[in-house]
Design a protein around this ligand. Structure first.
Ligand code: HEC
Ligand code: HEC
Length: 475
């Protein structure tokens, strides 16, 4: 600092001093008034507006995603973006401690580093530029904090764009700004100032444009997801309805691996998982340790590493949120001894002597519960589909042998009683293939199938009634 400027500053200080107003008590008094006002405002807000309480914390919930308050969201987002960097991303403390630490440290030390007396903004381009980029970055990171770095379909585009606007551009801009004085060593200072201004402006515009693109892309995919989620096929309102809906969904989606009652400990008859040992999901080990929300996560996201595919729509599965909830309700009420199961209608009305069952009343609910999980489109199982009356009668590699009216050797009757049948690809060999039913069917279920086929497979209740021979009451 040369003497002339020192002189000037001292003169100005004297002038201000003479104009009046002392720090104590004048300034302090003003401060007091303002802080009292803020305090009163806070009390009024707390009394009349308040902040809603969050739900009570559940310490056993493993699926809880902690999120910071909004004013820390930018740091949270920064950490997520930083985590994408190949090697460095693994060293978390660099992003959580070192970088914020250096930033705060520099701010604290600023008065000691930047000791020039000039206060006019034209003469302070570098610190102002650094601050502008930082503030713009913080605002943008906060705005994009809801956007995931990996989209539901596995696309990384959003993450890369966010890394460019939140990390790459600011870093490059800082490097450029700091090296500006060396680049333009010989030329005049206004040149340096102009280039700094241009760099800052360009960096900010780029960051804003890229973040806007990120937000637009994200809102589009969210809208798309909402569209596909609109169709909620089953709406079950009562507890019993929910349990029944859940049981049907469970039967179709889960029996294959976990068994009709969740008791499977060794998977059988599932390609790729043959002989896999699993924890029975009807056991206390699972039911007592997994909360409903964690169970939801398991079903929606699956256990891809263990061979259980995702079922939730958000992860590429077929089930909506409420469908998964119904299954959880079913599992809780039927298997978890801490819940008392309400009375549920039997799967099909019991048959009396001589009564012939129909597809509509008896076979359909049985097939849906016990067979469709393996016999539907997308599963091989000899191409035998069982989702409709026609399919049951006509599909399959052995369509002519599966169901023969009045014939006890129909393949269907054999496989459900665990009799081996012929492999259609090797017709000459011994009968070798046994259908891998996870649990033997109950005798009354087998009985329904036998009576149905022996009496020519009636579809409707009326057709079945015509065939029934109800015993005539004794005179
Ligand atoms: C293709 C086979 C398969 C299907 C279908 C399947 N799962 Fe799984 N499931 C597994 C495997 C394998 C595991 C891992 C088991 C283990 O680690 O003990 C598993 C684990 C689970 C677990 C966690 C158990 C634990 O010990 O943490 C639950 C709960 C579960 N499945 C429920 C379901 C439900 C509900 C469905 C139907 C929507 C379903 N699964 C469908 C194979 C399957
Ligand atoms: C765990 C999966 C699974 C379940 C559940 C299941 N099946 Fe099968 N089913 C198979 C497989 C696998 C085959 C092929 C057997 C073979 O030849 O290797 C098969 C074959 C059949 C066949 C012979 C088809 C043909 O063309 O050879 C009939 C009939 C059949 N199942 C009926 C049923 C009925 C009825 C139920 C319900 C009570 C049922 N299945 C439940 C897996 C299953």
């Amino acid at each position: 600092m040369n003497d002339e400027t020192k002189q000037k500053i001292n003169e100005r200080y004297e002038r201000e001093l003479n104009k009046g107003e002392r720090f104590w008590p004048d300034s302090i008094f003003k401060d007091l008034i303002v802080s009292l006002g803020l305090f009163v405002l806070l009390i009024i807000l707390a009394t009349f507006v308040g902040v809603p309480a969050e739900p009570k914390a559940d310490p056993s919930d493993t699926s809880y995603l902690p999120r910071p308050e909004w004013y820390f969201l930018f740091l949270f987002k920064f950490l997520a973006i930083y985590g994408q960097i190949p090697v460095l991303g693994k060293i978390e403390w660099v992003a959580t401690v070192v970088i914020p630490g250096v930033a705060v440290g520099l701010l604290t030390l600023l008065p000691f580093i930047e000791r020039r007396p000039d206060r006019h903004y034209v003469k302070r381009i570098l610190p102002i530029s650094i601050m502008i980029i930082m503030v713009v970055g913080i605002v943008l990171l906060t705005l994009t904090s809801e956007v995931p770095t990996v989209a539901a379909d596995g696309s990384k585009l959003l993450g890369i764009l966010q890394a460019v606007s939140g990390l790459v551009i600011p870093t490059l801009a800082y490097i450029l700004l700091v090296s500006m004085p060396y680049i333009f060593k010989s030329s005049d200072r206004s040149m340096v100032a102009t280039s700094m201004g241009v760099t800052t402006g360009l960096a900010c515009v780029l960051m804003i444009v890229i973040s806007t693109v990120v937000l637009v892309l994200h809102s589009k995919s969210v809208a798309q997801e909402a569209e596909t989620a609109v169709e909620e096929p089953i709406v079950a309102t009562t507890l019993v309805d929910q349990i029944v809906a859940g049981q049907d969904l469970y039967a179709v989606n889960c029996t294959e691996c976990h068994g009709e009652d969740g008791s499977v400990a060794v998977i059988e008859g599932v390609e790729g998982l043959e002989g896999e040992e699993i924890t029975p999901i009807n056991s206390k080990d699972v039911l007592y340790t997994i909360t409903d929300s964690a169970m939801y996560e398991v079903i929606a996201y699956g256990r891809p590493n263990a061979g259980m595919t995702p079922f939730g729509k958000a992860y590429g599965g077929e089930l909506s949120k409420s469908e998964i909830d119904y299954m959880i309700t079913f599992m809780r009420y039927m298997w978890d001894d801490r819940f008392e199961a309400p009375k549920i209608k039997p799967l099909f009305p019991a048959l009396v002597d001589g009564e012939v069952p129909s597809y509509d009343v008896h076979i359909q609910p049985i097939v849906k519960r016990y067979c469709v999980s393996c016999h539907r489109a997308g599963k091989t199982n000899n191409n035998y589909l069982m989702t409709s009356y026609e399919e049951i009668l006509t599909t399959g590699d052995n369509a002519d042998k599966n169901i023969i009216p009045g014939d006890e050797t129909s393949y269907l009757l054999q496989v459900i009683q665990e009799q081996p049948i012929m492999d259609p690809e090797k017709p000459d060999e011994e009968m070798i293939r046994v259908m891998p039913l996870t649990n033997p069917l109950k005798p009354n279920v087998v009985d329904v199938f036998i009576r149905w086929i022996m009496n020519g497979m009636p579809q409707t209740a009326e057709d079945a009634a015509k065939l029934s021979v109800t015993p005539t009451p004794a005179p």
